[in-house]
Design a protein around this ligand. Structure first.
Ligand SMILES: [Ca+2]
Length: 291
């Protein structure tokens, strides 16, 4: 199945496409599968539209609804899987570029609401440090007004590329919305070959990962999250009137918050998830059976 089809299948029949949190889980998947030259989808994907502003740090969707934010033709294209910072190209349109490239940059100063073009070439993070030291931050473009002020600032400067505050985290998302920083890429991967590889796959021959075009039909891994019920019995001693509904509620709240603090629920879930991995082939739905 394609990545999206596999995601739907896993969500319908199990919990989701699998998340690999560490090398033990990677090893478990490897030991469960035959050594064949084929790939199997993981829940991992590289979201080309998960941009954040340096000044705010939270996710900000950049799409067609913002007419003042225009991607240059064919952008963002994440060439060689290395472009995670955004520059204005030709002073008006956006292009994702390698964060290590050196360009002039645009700072924003919140004290006097001004935009400052710094015509020294620096990497994106060096530019960010500079702006944070001497002004407020690399500039955002959050309104038509802000865009036209920036256009005025850049007017006649002759700069080709100029860093702004937009960036994103590479390969930051798993289908089940958990966050995991563990990776096990093959050498030279991810490479975004042909500029269309935004889904993560597990190579059954090596157990290593590669970025693959999301539309190809390959095997995939689903998992089932099993929540285990734990019964806690406690004896409470108190001078208070335990028949009072109000006091019962207070006690109940305190007990449940102390249980939550131990992460008990999470630990139990984690332990059981990985005993229920299912491997499915990309064959016709009729021949795919739960194991
Ligand atoms: Ca680009």
């Amino acid at each position: 199945m394609t990545w999206t089809e596999a995601q739907s299948y896993c969500r319908e029949h199990f919990t989701d496409l699998v998340t690999i949190y560490n090398s033990n889980i990677n090893q478990l998947l490897f030991s469960m599968t035959p050594r064949i030259s084929a790939d199997a989808w993981l829940g991992l994907y590289n979201d080309r539209y998960s941009w954040k502003w340096s000044m705010e740090g939270k996710l900000f969707y950049v799409g067609s609804k913002h007419e003042f934010l225009i991607w240059a033709n064919g952008q963002p294209d994440c060439v060689n899987a290395k472009e995670y910072c955004v520059a204005l190209q030709g002073q008006t349109q956006m292009d994702d570029r390698p964060c290590g490239d050196s360009y002039p940059f645009l700072c924003y100063n919140a004290k006097n609401t001004s935009y400052i073009l710094v015509k020294e070439s620096r990497s994106w993070s060096e530019a960010q440090s500079y702006c944070r030291t001497y002004h407020t931050d690399l500039t955002s473009i959050r309104s038509k007004e802000e865009k036209s002020n920036i256009t005025l600032t850049l007017n006649g400067s002759g700069v080709q590329y100029v860093w702004i505050g937009l960036y994103r985290d590479p390969w930051a998302f798993w289908s089940d919305n958990t966050t995991s920083t563990f990776t096990n890429w093959m050498p030279y991967q991810p490479d975004n070959y042909n500029s269309n590889e935004y889904c993560g796959a597990f190579n059954l021959m090596t157990g290593k990962w590669a970025d693959v075009f999301c539309g190809v039909r390959v095997f995939f891994f689903c998992f089932t999250a099993v929540t285990k019920q734990t019964v806690l019995k406690m004896k409470l001693q108190s001078e208070a009137d335990m028949h009072s509904t109000e006091i019962q509620q207070q006690v109940s709240q305190q007990v449940s918050s102390s249980v939550t603090n131990t992460n008990l629920t999470q630990v139990q879930t984690m332990l059981h998830v990985f005993h229920h991995l299912h491997i499915l082939s990309s064959c016709q739905a009729s021949c795919c059976q739960k194991d």
